[in-house]
Design a binder for this molecule. Sequence first.
Ligand code: SF4
Length: 283
Amino acid sequence: MPYIQPFDPWKSSLCTCPPKYSLNPYTGCGHRCLYCYATSFIKNFYRPRPKKNFLKIVERELKKLPENSLISLSNSSDPYQPLESTYKYTRKFLELLVEKNYRILIITKSDLILRDLDLLKNLRCAVSITITSKTLTSKLEPGAPSYERRINAIKSLYKSNIPVSVRLDPVIPGLNEKEILEILDEVAPFVKHITASTYKAKPDSLKRLTDAFPEKRVFWEELYLKGGKKLGNAIYLKDEIRYELINPLYKKAKEYGISFATCREALKVFESPQKCDGSFLIS
Ligand code: SF4
């Protein structure tokens, strides 16, 4: 299996991303987000490990990649998770790209990305920082940097003229829908694009969430297990509920004049095909 692979090779009708490649320098992730979907298909996900012979293999694969290709880091892990401090695989990969004509989209929750500002300034890149909550970070994402550190990363990227967008997701009913609007207010001066999406349940992530928030168990089980619907390989909330959760964010982003898109939300009214992941910010 190549390390640099076409993103969504199954061409899911739920995905509105532009064509791109995906690369995960690590298997698994130490941020340990309770809602993470990748735990359902990657073994021992919370015991992350570096990919074997990573640099040698990606260097070889890069030679076969067409110029101007869009490479997304990462879609099933975080390229700046704690292991990156030790192995520096993400940094070493970015070093391979200097003076090459590829477009790079980085999606992370970590301010460790600021270590690599020197490289990012010399690449065709955009960065997307994910924020889910202001107050529940240590419970929801126990291995990830705090809210304040992510805000600081956004401001520093902005000051360095690196195009930055924010992913406000997942919106989890009864948990973060109010504070996620406050987060939008806070990031609005620094970002050019917002991507939002609701929580799509999988049996393992729903169990982690209900174990961590037992007072929400009945509420979430009603919404997802009784009232939800299967779409793709996850359980979605009813259309009306997803609309109610996303619409305030959509309206607020519009007020600020920031472009807005959703991710695999299956609500046509919010779709912005080819713009959803923020890669359009790359010049
Ligand atoms: S940062 Fe992303 S990949 Fe890592 S645990 Fe959280 S949701 Fe999963």
